[in-house]
Design a protein around this ligand. Structure first.
Ligand SMILES: C[S@@+](CC[C@H](N)C(=O)[O-])C[C@H]1O[C@@H](n2cnc3c(N)ncnc32)[C@H](O)[C@@H]1O
Length: 265
């Protein structure tokens, strides 16, 4: 079996691996928390970020993958989206999927764990959803992410991201092993969590006409307080931290947290 980099072989079966995810509902939740936050920040005025109203936001999506979330966001809003990901294979699939929306999309390969900037900046809203943050294993890498977000934000621009916490890795271990098939390509996924290191490792075996491939993905299960500390250090104002997909405040036992933040001067 050939060892390959994360999200190269997996790109061919990613949509099948994610078939259980309700992206429509997730996009709806994102739109709701963005609108809610902008309305709260605007007070009696119309909700705006970077001088733009909700429908006209210039958006950066980081770690967009094959564009499953992007497609829903484009269907449910009038946003223009710069679609980015660190994997050329994932991005190629996103480009294909989003062809019907090509007048509202641009595409760029972008690795947010190094020094980065986007050709399409500035942005009124930057989003990083479904574990993108967890792929950053060190505080140095999170520093580079946050530095880039600050540099790419328009005045008043928001950053919305989610994180999976150690409670997700501990409580839902049985959901992290599965297998399936897409277009004649089979995958098998297994994972384990090292509580002491806070590292969640997932191994994918992928087998199809082009051969047998193995990918090892390492993610850090950051705690709520670790992320809060990093946000404070980078002078991001926390507008909301939601528990999972609810509008309840996140707490120390949350399995997933959605953060709505913005850089302050
Ligand atoms: C679980 S997928 C989520 C994809 C998409 N957001 C979704 O909801 O389907 C994680 C994505 O993060 C991307 N990724 C991981 N580390 C990255 C990095 N340092 N820079 C850019 N993208 C990265 C991967 O290529 C992959 O597409």
């Amino acid at each position: 079996m050939k060892q390959v980099t994360p999200y190269s072989a997996l790109a061919t079966v990613y949509d099948a691996v994610m078939a259980h995810v309700d992206y429509e509902a997730w996009a709806d939740f994102l739109l709701h928390i963005v609108e809610m936050s902008l309305v709260e920040l605007a007070g009696a005025q119309k909700p705006v970020a970077g001088g733009k109203e909700l429908e006209d936001l210039r958006v950066l999506e980081m770690a967009a993958g094959t564009g499953l979330m992007t497609e829903e966001l484009l269907e449910q809003s009038g946003w223009r989206i710069a679609v980015t990901d660190g994997s050329a294979d994932m991005l190629a699939r996103a480009r294909q999927r989003l062809q019907p929306f090509q007048d509202r999309c641009s595409f760029e390969e972008l690795d947010y764990s190094s020094e980065w900037s986007s050709n399409a900046a500035p942005f009124d809203l930057q989003v990083l959803l479904y574990d993108g943050l967890n792929y950053l294993l060190t505080t140095d890498e999170v520093d580079l992410l946050m530095h880039g977000v600050r540099g790419a934000a328009s005045e008043g621009g928001l950053f919305v991201f989610d994180q999976s916490t150690p409670h997700n890795s501990i409580n839902n271990a049985e959901f992290f092993e599965d297998e399936g098939e897409e277009d004649g390509i089979r995958y098998h996924r297994r994972s384990h969590f090292d509580l002491a290191l806070g590292i969640h490792t997932t191994e994918f075996d992928i087998e199809g006409p082009n051969g047998r491939f193995s990918e090892v993905h390492r993610q850090r299960a950051w705690t709520r307080s670790q992320i809060l500390e990093l946000l404070e250090r980078h002078r991001f104002e926390v507008i909301h931290a939601f528990d999972g997909f609810s509008l309840d405040p996140a707490h120390d036992k949350s399995e997933r947290i959605h953060w709505v933040v913005r850089p302050t001067s």
